[in-house]
Design a protein. Structure first.
Length: 129
């Protein structure tokens, strides 16, 4: 059994890729968000989840869980000691996810300009890069 933060999400998809790569068959448990699945993982109600490195890192640093592998071609700067799926014996396993910043249609131009400026400033910070 594995958890993801919802049906049709990147985590659900990477779980399916994992089963294909490993030959395992696990039922999928779709949670309503990352926090709910993380709570159940830490509490022992589910044995494995697929989640983002950003969501997992605080729990790793708190000693509540261990990340087994990352799905990207190179190790994460946030968790440099965690191997990639390729390093774990699954060559060619590559799943990188992109997140979009979205706003409702008709967003006022001044609000859009403010948001674009804030995003540009954050993206230029050395710690973000």
């Amino acid at each position: 059994m594995y958890g993801s933060f919802g049906n049709g999400t990147a985590a659900n998809f990477v779980g399916a890729m994992f089963m294909e790569a490993t030959g395992l068959s696990m039922p999928h448990v779709a949670y309503k968000g990352s926090a709910a699945q993380m709570t159940d993982l830490i509490g022992g109600q589910i044995p494995i989840i697929f989640d983002t490195v950003v969501a997992a890192t605080p729990q790793v640093k708190a000693g509540n869980l261990r990340v087994l592998a990352v799905t990207t071609p190179r190790r994460s700067d946030l968790l440099p000691d965690v191997p990639t799926m390729a390093e774990s014996g699954h060559a060619g396993f590559d799943f990188s996810s992109w997140i979009a910043v979205v706003a409702p249609r008709g967003l006022p131009a001044d609000v859009r300009k403010t948001l674009e400026g804030a995003l540009a400033a954050v993206m230029a910070r050395p710690e973000t890069i």
